[in-house]
Design a protein around this ligand. Structure first.
Ligand code: C2E
Ligand code: MG
Ligand code: MG
Ligand code: MG
Length: 282
């Protein structure tokens, strides 16, 4: 009986692995095609962040979207991880950089002066060619590096600290600003971050989504905010979905908020309309 039971389990487990493998393969193949073709399957959307003192927009996070003709919408969390493992992240980030910097130049032409935040993976931080292309792209558009914020995920940084730190220092010397994304999901402490050229942490949305009702989250967020003040770090809260959470964050001295309560990520045309109608406009 037991043997039959475990046999069944094995079959199910193998089927699951196979599904996962096939999905991964399909994503890799289709992503390569999307990167090579001119079919506009990839696009950028922008999500506003507001300064909690002025309650005005201070920055936009650039987030990639992929609407695959073969696979439909593929979430970035899923395909970015696969791109990293399949050796495709350099191409993805190159695409993101070009599009984002061109949009940043457009925002400046229109007279907006918010910064734009771009997500980088650790592999990007170690890629000198990619990073020097980033500098060139900015120079071509007459933009300075401090118009851009670079977000790197906490867990990536801890996993690969020594290599990354050198490049972070170099880019900081050139005027770039870094933010630690998804703070609280890795294993780093604020004391550890003190040794990095990082000015900003973004508290992971898992601590923010239920902030108004969850006492544990309130304790964690309060502690992070107190310590960040000691270490002179700017704090961004992501995943703010309601006014009650926004108010708590403002009262506790959090610097910046981002989340569906303010706005969902928007494509460029919708963003311009939003900027004209929002109470959070510049
Ligand atoms: P992230 O950098 O932490 O981005 C924040 C994510 O939280 C975004 O998901 C955003 O849409 C979502 N979010 C924002 N506010 C709320 C809210 O109030 N409630 C909820 N439930 N979610 C909210 P998205 O766009 O699906 O991106 C997921 C992750 O994929 C990003 O997390 C980032 O790690 C990665 N990613 C996205 N675009 C890029 C990119 O261009 N390059 C790289 N390397 N990674 C990217
Ligand atoms: Mg981010
Ligand atoms: Mg992330
Ligand atoms: Mg995050």
């Amino acid at each position: 009986d037991e043997a039959i039971h475990s046999d069944k389990w094995c079959v199910r487990y193998r089927a699951e692995l196979e599904d996962k493998y096939n999905r991964r393969l399909a994503i890799t193949t289709e992503l390569k095609r999307a990167l090579a073709s001119q079919q506009n399957e990839l696009s950028m959307v922008y999500q506003p962040k507001i300064d909690l003192v002025t309650m005005k927009v201070c920055s936009m996070e650039a987030l990639i979207r992929w609407n695959s003709s073969a696979l439909g919408f593929v979430p970035p969390d899923e395909f970015i991880t696969i791109a990293e493992q399949a050796g495709l992240i350099e191409q993805v980030t190159s695409w993101v950089m070009k599009q984002t910097i061109s949009d940043l130049a457009y925002f400046r032409e229109k007279g907006y002066d918010f910064t734009v935040a771009m997500n980088l993976s650790t592999q990007d931080i170690q890629n000198k060619v990619l990073l020097s292309n980033l500098v060139s792209l900015l120079t071509e558009k007459g933009l300075s590096p401090d118009a851009l914020e670079l977000e790197i995920t906490e867990s990536d940084l801890v996993a690969d600290a020594s290599l990354a730190i050198e490049n972070l220092n170099e880019l900081t010397a050139r005027g770039f600003h870094f933010a630690i994304d998804d703070f609280g999901t890795g294993y780093s402490s604020l004391a550890y971050l003190k040794n990095l050229p990082v000015k900003t942490i973004k508290i992971d949305k898992s601590f923010i989504l239920s902030l108004a009702s969850d006492e544990n989250d309130q304790q964690i967020v309060h502690t992070v905010l107190s310590l960040a003040a000691v270490f002179n770090l700017k704090v961004v809260a992501e995943g703010v979905e309601d006014l009650a959470s926004l108010t708590i964050l403002k009262d506790w001295g959090c610097d910046v908020a981002q989340g569906y309560y303010i706005s969902r990520p928007l494509k460029l045309a919708d963003l311009e309309e939003w900027l004209q109608n929002t109470p959070f406009g510049e």
